[in-house]
Design a protein around this ligand. Structure first.
Ligand code: XIL
Length: 311
């Protein structure tokens, strides 16, 4: 499922790689030209204690992508969540936390140098009103943590496309404006940012329209960055109904259609491909059925065809 210029991909996670039916589906490059590790490259996995780096899980995802000839989006370097306590609990002064952050980025990006088409350098740095989210990096370093992170990643792998990634920035509003301000801030510091990722964890019936998504993407593109849909899923109350599924097909089509309409939209990634391994039910109680393959790893033809037709 890929338009000429763009990839269509899926997130994946290490425990699922023991499921042969699942891996066969993920490895079908007629469906998926790209994968993203759902957890394997996060700080708590990579550097659980200071200066101890553990690449086993991340390397397994890289190997799978290479074996299948799939592109790789690497996710994520600087995020307040899935951050080990030794960083999160703070107590470091400005210079020390900058050096901890730089060391983490340099070590991880160097390890994966040449393997990552994209790096989500920073994830979810904003509050809903577009102001900076309080986290140990912002609270200790200030907004400069963002350009410092991007400059450090660029130095370690000059070829990787460097992304800011967030949710609820998929249509115009305060948070989208905040994300545009992050692009400007990074550029003002003279650091490199290549793209903005729209997570796109949507809800059936309240997914932004195709035109709302398209015009929002274009606002970012006009700042000189590319865009990608990075974590798409469209959840509903479970069990889903026929009318919810019909709406969900439209919501998927609107989102894919927006990426297709924007030449600088480089691809779409769904946040895993089967409801069997979706993160939604564990986080949003009573919701799920968010992906194009069901819990038995069978294609939902209405959704699948809507995606295909929208490309
Ligand atoms: C999720 C994973 O899918 C889960 O397995 C994990 O327990 C929590 O994180 N935004 C992001 C992703 O950027 O990294 C998150 O992934 C989903 C929300």
């Amino acid at each position: 499922m890929a338009a000429g210029k763009a990839y269509f991909g899926s997130a994946t996670d290490n425990p699922e790689l023991a499921d042969t039916v699942y891996v066969n589906g993920l490895s079908n490059t007629a469906d998926f030209g790209q994968i993203t590790p759902g957890n394997a490259m996060k700080w708590d996995t990579i550097e659980p204690s200071r200066g101890t780096f553990s690449y086993t899980n991340g390397d397994a995802i890289v190997s799978l992508a290479q074996k299948n000839g799939q592109k790789l989006r690497c996710h994520t370097l600087v995020w307040y969540s899935q951050l080990p306590n030794w960083v999160k609990s703070g107590g470091f002064d400005n210079a020390t936390l900058i050096s901890i952050m730089k060391n983490h980025i340099t070590n991880e990006v160097t390890h994966y140098k040449g393997k990552c088409l994209h790096w989500d350098v920073a994830n979810e740095a904003l509050n809903e009103d577009g102001t900076y989210r309080s986290n140990v990096f912002y609270d200790t370093i200030g907004p400069a943590y963002l350009p410092i992170a991007f400059a450090t990643a660029a130095a370690a792998d000059p070829e990787a496309r460097l992304y800011y990634n967030d949710y609820n920035i998929e249509s115009a509003g305060s948070k989208s404006t905040g994300a545009q301000n992050i692009v400007k801030l990074i550029k003002q510091y003279g650091a490199k940012i290549d793209g903005v990722g729209f997570q796109s964890h949507f809800i059936v019936g309240s997914t932004p329209s195709e035109s709302a998504q398209t015009s929002n993407m274009n606002a970012f593109v006009s700042l000189g960055v590319e865009v990608a849909i990075t974590e798409l899923d469209i959840r509903t109350t479970t069990p889903s109904t026929a009318s919810a599924i019909a709406q969900q097909a439209k919501d998927y089509a609107a989102t894919i259609g927006a990426c297709k309409a924007v030449s600088k939209c480089v691809g779409v990634t769904i946040w895993d491909y089967t409801d069997k391994y979706s993160w939604i039910p564990s986080v949003f109680s009573g919701q799920g059925a968010a992906l194009p393959w069901d819990e038995n790893i069978q294609k939902k033809l209405d959704i699948y065809n809507a995606i295909l037709n929208a490309w």
